[in-house]
Ligand binder design. Structure first.
Ligand SMILES: [Zn+2]
Ligand SMILES: [Zn+2]
Length: 153
């Protein structure tokens, strides 16, 4: 018995080859793939997999809280096998998504500020960061990126 079958059973779901394959795939990657990417990668080892099955399985797993569905403003949703609370950074150039972990105190501070300022109860906050990743000139090379943009205008 593998951990994926265990998790499915704990959530009252039937263990199917497709469900196990998709969970295994998502929990083994940090790339936050789209349904298309998952399908294209899995079809090689699972010829019986269809895109419709991938969508249906992702829906089921998301509804059970076994995976996360992210919409970062792209045409396609992204999927994440890491269901622990965390934020995301999306590169505006290559669209890669990086997991961002901020200290719990930071989240509490912002939630408290919003609660007090707007007189509301904050139950959940979805946080996305956008910018340029290291491969695309972000980080230490930010300065040169800005300079290049500046010169070309
Ligand atoms: Zn990038
Ligand atoms: Zn993530």
């Amino acid at each position: 018995m593998d951990i994926y079958s265990d998790l499915l059973k704990q959530h009252g779901l039937k263990v199917t080859i497709q469900r196990v394959a998709i969970m295994k795939y998502l929990m083994g990657t940090l790339s936050h793939p789209t349904a298309d990417t998952i399908f294209n990668d899995l079809i090689r080892c699972n010829p019986s997999m269809s895109l419709a099955t991938v969508y249906k399985t992702l829906d089921t797993l998301r509804n059970e809280g076994l995976i996360l569905e992210l919409n970062t403003g792209e045409d396609s949703n992204r999927y994440d096998g890491n269901v622990r609370p965390h934020s995301h950074f999306r590169c505006l150039r290559c669209n890669s998504i990086i997991d961002i972990k901020l200290p719990q105190s930071h989240h509490e501070q912002i939630n408290k500020e919003v609660s007090i300022t707007y007189n509301v109860d904050v139950l959940e906050r979805k946080c996305f960061f956008f910018g340029y990743c290291q491969d695309c000139g972000g980080g230490n090379s930010t300065q040169s990126l800005y300079n290049n943009n500046f010169k070309s205008h």
